[in-house]
Ligand binder design. Structure first.
Ligand SMILES: Cc1cc2nc3c(=O)[nH]c(=O)nc-3n(C[C@H](O)[C@H](O)[C@H](O)COP(=O)(O)OP(=O)(O)OC[C@H]3O[C@@H](n4cnc5c(N)ncnc54)[C@H](O)[C@@H]3O)c2cc1C
Length: 402
């Protein structure tokens, strides 16, 4: 075989694709990672500044990948979660100590995680093909041909398995005609950092408002990352407000749980959609991460779910390699898809229901959800279930080599 033959080609070196490559660094597999961007372009992207809430299950996976030690100094533990419905009486609080854990999760920027994972990949034997775009896929019996465009050049690779980790707008999904269901929530998330007058005491706030949810994640002792979800129209209006007016609107919507707020970073906007692929696999191809499920950030689950995809797939691939079995066989890919479907369905259902329930202004529903929040606050067993959902510990963590 020529130099362009691989065992595994990962299309998309974002957070999920890179985590998969890292999980496989000691496996005897020839791996190529293909990304449309260069490392410098990724570093310069303002999207890297978004804060991600990491479930404890994800922290355990990152520990096994050997990168948590590099992320932890810049990560903030979540010790309390406070959920409230603006203008209504219901609220609930989750507390790490009461749940018998040190933290309910951690908050870290996408950039901090990316730097740690991609930094660790530099020592791995995988080939990195940057500024290369996938333009064609053709599956044969024991190999699949991958065509890439890199500048003016066309590259042809062959491999036993292609992993599509190329995000919500996945070219792998489109080239293979894998259908998808998209729900446009008609909402945009405005993301920025604020300084807080009072210490947030490691509390993550989720405040549901008539116009959409507002999350305030602790990122430093007196600093929080805001993810403020609004209708496209309201987001456009709010985003273009002069700073003082924007701040006043934000403060009024969030309340004074951490005292006066002041703006620390520019506002960024992310249009929100639920995209769900109709299936995860095709001949010698499997989709993971946002390529299968792009979620609303309300429950902070997108990367957590994608990381579990990567960990589970790595576990399966390592097992196949140990026994010299074909890593792209239909049987293996179907078994992988079946093993992920329950987690995926649960998280999509949980996230989508949360958005719809709390975006609804219908008065009886507002009353019902407030009674629900009060009931949750008084009912330890239900609260424990919500906590384990939020912590991502309700599922088995895939066994990966450390
Ligand atoms: C505002 C906001 C807040 C969020 N908060 C949270 C949170 O708190 N917790 C959480 O778990 N998740 C959160 N998420 C979701 C999380 O950011 C995503 O789920 C995660 O980044 C998806 O990673 P990915 O690697 O699957 O896709 P991406 O990050 O989209 O990476 C895809 C990669 O593929 C490359 N690519 C694309 N097309 C091609 C092509 N044709 N050829 C080659 N390469 C290609 C791209 O350059 C990119 O590097 C949030 C998202 C947003 C927008």
């Amino acid at each position: 075989m020529n130099g362009f033959d691989y065992d595994l080609v990962i299309i998309g070196g974002g957070l999920v694709g890179s985590s998969l490559a890292l999980a496989l660094r000691n496996a005897p597999l020839r791996i190529a990672i293909v990304d449309a961007q260069s490392e410098a372009q990724r570093r310069a992207s303002p999207a890297g500044a978004r804060a991600l809430a990491l479930a404890e299950g994800s922290v355990q996976i990152l520990q096994r990948l050997g990168v948590w030690a590099a992320i932890e100094p810049d990560a903030t533990p979540i010790r309390h979660i406070h959920v409230s419905d603006r203008g209504h009486f219901g609220k609930t609080r989750l507390d790490a100590e009461r749940e018998g854990v040190k933290a309910l999760g951690h908050v870290a920027t996408a950039r901090a995680i990316e730097e740690a994972v991609i930094g660790a990949l530099h020592d791995a034997p995988a080939d990195l093909l940057e500024q290369a775009r996938l333009i064609g896929l053709k599956a044969g019996d024991d190999r699949i041909c991958v065509t890439l465009r890199q500048g003016d050049d066309t590259l042809n690779l062959t491999t036993r398995l292609v992993v599509g980790a190329d995000g919500g707008d996945s070219s792998v999904r489109k080239l293979l005609d894998i259908g998808s269901t998209a729900r446009d929530y008609g909402q945009t998330a405005i993301v920025l950092e604020v300084a807080t007058e009072r210490d947030h005491r490691n509390t993550a706030y989720e405040r549901f408002t008539a116009s959409g949810p507002l999350a305030m994640l602790p990122i430093d002792r007196k600093r929080c990352s805001v993810v403020w979800t609004l209708s496209h129209h309201d987001a456009e209006d709010v985003r273009s407000l002069p700073e003082a007016q924007f701040l006043a609107t934000l403060q009024e919507t969030f309340g004074h749980w951490v005292g006066r707020l002041s703006i620390a970073t520019p506002r960024q906007a992310f249009p929100l959609k639920l995209i769900r692929a109709d299936r995860m696999t095709d001949r010698r191809v499997v989709l993971i991460g946002n390529a299968v499920h792009q979620l609303h950030p309300v429950a902070g689950q997108g990367f957590n779910l994608g990381l579990r995809d990567a960990a589970q797939l790595a576990e399966g691939l390592i097992g196949r390699t140990e026994f010299g079995e074909d890593i792209g066989s239909a049987g293996f890919l179907e078994a992988y898809a079946a093993s992920r479907s329950r987690d995926l369905q649960n998280v999509v259902f949980f996230t989508d229901s949360l958005v719809r329930l709390f975006s609804n202004r219908f008065a009886p529903l507002a009353l019902a959800r407030n009674l629900g929040l009060v009931a949750l606050d008084c009912w330890p067993a239900a609260k424990q279930r919500l906590a384990s959902h939020a912590m991502g510990l309700a599922r088995r963590i895939p066994r990966m080599p450390s």
